[in-house]
Design a protein around this ligand. Structure first.
Ligand code: SAH
Ligand code: SF4
Length: 350
């Protein structure tokens, strides 16, 4: 059993079965999430008999980093993890440090929620590889703690976590939320809900459920097209949930949470980066509390399209903003190590 799969009450029950005093659970919890221990022998505050029990009964990593790649500017690191069943997943660290070693700046983790993805978006490397399996909540948590530990050695905290790695988080809803709750625990890692962002392909019932739960986690919707004909070509899920339904669910989310929605837009040259498209998008989103995050498409093996260049991306942003919708163009990070959005496909690295 992966130790990160346990929530605090479950860990408490396990220790009870082992006839350990109740306060041990909290000690282990703090060791894991506040001191970033990743092996039983680091828990020097525990009796050695208990350390031995922990070590024989629980797995402290659950995954082995089998490939680590740094971008040429050292700001982006991608780690390929091998899971016990040989499936591969990836998690990326993106640094935005004003000066190195400074505690200021941002360090964003991009975490996977599934091995592969069942949604089949044509432009996405993960979609191209198909679905392998859901990750457990502990496997989602473990990716975060791996990087948290790494940064801790530089005395730096993780500042943001985006669930934008491999997989569709709303297709693995329970485990994704359990992972967020575990990382959010005030007695543990205490990572603020507002510093998480979930990105979804647009699974309408899950958006509504998420809204009803009134979570403080940020919501991003991958839109990429203004009409159903174009969107269904890129994103098969659009057969099931049309753009109008997705936007209606977003309105519901804003009404329930008073939180702004982000729309993700992969700018594809000559496909969805034209000013006419930006105008239509502005009209479509008008009145909704939102903003658009546009990123030039990262090229993948299985997709013909190419990313918008800087100039066309700039015009897209200006047109959208003239239409009243705030827009940011995200820079492509980690392109040289295939760590850009949609390039995460562990399998190709086997
Ligand atoms: N499954 C979720 C989250 C993972 S994908 C989702 O689809 O939203 C994270 C983001 O990367 C999504 O916005 C997705 O549309 C985008 N993306 C996928 N492939 C891409 C590519 N080749 N270039 C740019 N963005 C891409
Ligand atoms: Fe899955 Fe997101 Fe890729 Fe679509 S874009 S295939 S939903 S990971």
């Amino acid at each position: 059993m992966l130790i990160y799969d346990l929530d605090l009450p479950t860990l408490g029950n396990l220790l009870k079965q082992w006839n350990e005093p109740a306060y041990r659970a909290k000690q282990i919890w703090q060791g894991l999430y506040q001191h970033f221990y990743n092996s039983a022998d680091q828990f020097t505050n525990l009796p050695s008999s208990l350390r031995a029990k922990l070590s024989t009964n629980l797995d402290f990593t659950g995954m082995t980093p089998s490939l680590v790649q740094d971008s040429s500017d050292k700001q982006t690191r991608k780690t390929l993890f091998k899971l016990p069943d040989e499936n591969l997943i990836e998690a990326v660290l993106m640094r935005y440090d004003p000066d190195s070693g400074s505690a200021r700046g941002r360090r964003t983790l991009c975490i996977s929620t599934q091995a592969g993805c069942a949604m089949g978006c044509t432009f996405c490397a993960t979609g191209q590889m198909g679905f392998k399996r859901h990750l457990t909540s502990g496997e989602i948590v473990a990716q975060v703690m791996y990087y948290a530990n790494l940064l801790h050695q530089e005395n730096l905290p993780v500042t943001n976590i985006v669930l934008m790695g491999m997989g569709e988080p709303f297709h693995n809803y329970e485990n994704t939320m359990a992972a967020i709750d575990r990382l959010n625990d005030a007695d543990g890692y205490n990572f603020g809900a507002r510093r998480f962002t979930i990105s979804t392909v647009g699974i309408v019932p899950a958006i509504k459920r998420f809204a009803d739960e009134k979570r403080q986690v940020n919501l991003a919707i991958s839109l990429h097209a203004v009409d159903d004909e174009a969107r269904v070509e890129m994103m098969p899920i659009n057969k099931r949930y049309k753009i109008a339904e997705v936007l209606e669910a977003c309105e519901y989310y804003v009404a329930k949470t008073s939180r702004r929605v982000t729309f993700e837009w992969a700018l594809i040259h000559g496909v969805n980066d034209m000013p006419e498209v930006a105008k239509k998008l502005a009209a479509l989103l008008r009145g909704l509390m939102c903003h658009v995050n546009a990123i030039p498409l990262n090229p993948t093996k299985g997709f013909e399209g190419k990313g918008a260049d800087r100039e066309r991306a700039g015009i897209f942003k200006e047109t959208l903003e003239a239409g009243g919708i705030p827009c940011t163009i995200r820079m492509r990070r980690g392109i040289d190590i295939q760590a850009g959005c949609g390039q995460l496909a562990g399998e190709s690295l086997k």
